[in-house]
Design a binder for this molecule. Structure first.
Ligand SMILES: Cc1cc2nc3c(=O)[nH]c(=O)nc-3n(C[C@H](O)[C@H](O)[C@H](O)COP(=O)(O)O)c2cc1C
Length: 255
């Protein structure tokens, strides 16, 4: 399965076997995580692996999602650190899937106080993972996602490769499947917008920025797989413009 197929067919897994994973695999996952480049230079992050297999290490989830392992990210609180964390964690999630293990981003459970106090930076989010008897993948048509027409506006005809990048972005997992991203696509650029929150709760605002980072990981991994050069810019004009339901996020320039 190539990266795009994995992105489109992975699914969240919520039932795990309480079984040990070989240390070699855990070490690979941690190495992969520690080698990942940041989306935003200059933000330091730390990963912490929590194993609940032998002793409870203080990560308490709801009974419905009792995973044997969690990987947590803590980050320096610099501008866009939540986006950066989402971007890193989605790549880690896909990598864990490639090892034949189930994953699920988790925010209804968080590390306990004592575990948090061992983290170098501010705790951001975690991925539950482990062995499972449930399928890791599904046919992409089974994924519950908003129709493309609700999420993408095409201002010009785009190439099949850009279409693929947009599909990968739309299929990203998000907090409560809220899919906060919106796209305005031209043949050489995509303006990316983010839905405004109905409630201005900081928790929702935080998870939305993590979601945007997860979506950017799908977009950039797909661009890389298709050998498409991309770069980001901020449009001053769009930044200043007021939209009733959306806010401007960033522009992805293609080629
Ligand atoms: C930041 C974030 C937090 C999440 N928190 C939870 C959670 O606490 N419990 C849960 O069951 N699923 C959680 N999810 C998984 C989403 O519900 C799931 O990604 C979404 O419903 C789409 O389904 P899919 O991942 O199977 O495509 C979370 C996802 C994200 C991105």
């Amino acid at each position: 399965m190539n990266m795009l197929e994995t992105i489109l067919s992975r699914k969240s897994v919520r039932h795990y076997k309480q079984e040990k994973i070989d240390w070699g695999i855990i070490a690979d996952i941690l190495k992969f995580a520690n080698d990942l480049p940041m989306l935003i230079d200059g933000i330091a992050v730390e990963y912490k692996l929590v194993s609940n297999i032998e002793t409870k290490q203080g990560f308490y989830g709801p009974l419905s999602l009792n995973a044997p392992y969690y990987i947590c990210i803590s980050s320096e609180e610099k501008e866009n650190y939540l986006v950066n964390a989402g971007y890193l964690m989605q790549q880690i999630s896909l990598y864990i899937n490639s090892k034949g293990l189930g994953t699920c981003f988790i925010d209804t459970a968080t590390p306990g106080k004592s575990l948090k106090s061992t983290m170098k930076y501010k705790y951001v989010t975690a991925i539950a993972f482990g062995k499972t008897s449930k399928p890791l993948f599904r046919n992409m048509i089974e994924a519950k996602r908003l129709p493309e027409s609700d999420v993408v506006v095409y201002k010009e005809g785009v190439s099949p490769d850009i279409q693929k990048m947009l599909t990968a972005a739309r299929y990203a997992p998000s907090h409560m499947n809220s899919q906060p991203w919106r796209f305005v696509a031209y043949k050489n650029r995509i303006h990316i917008f983010c839905k405004k929150n109905a409630f201005l709760k900081s928790v929702l605002k935080n998870s939305k920025m993590i979601d945007m980072g997860i979506m950017l990981a799908n977009l950039l991994l797909t661009a890389e797989e298709l050998w498409i050069d991309v770069s980001f810019t901020k449009s001053v004009a769009l930044k200043q413009k007021q939209f009733p339901n959306h806010e401007y996020f960033i522009t992805l320039n293609i080629g």
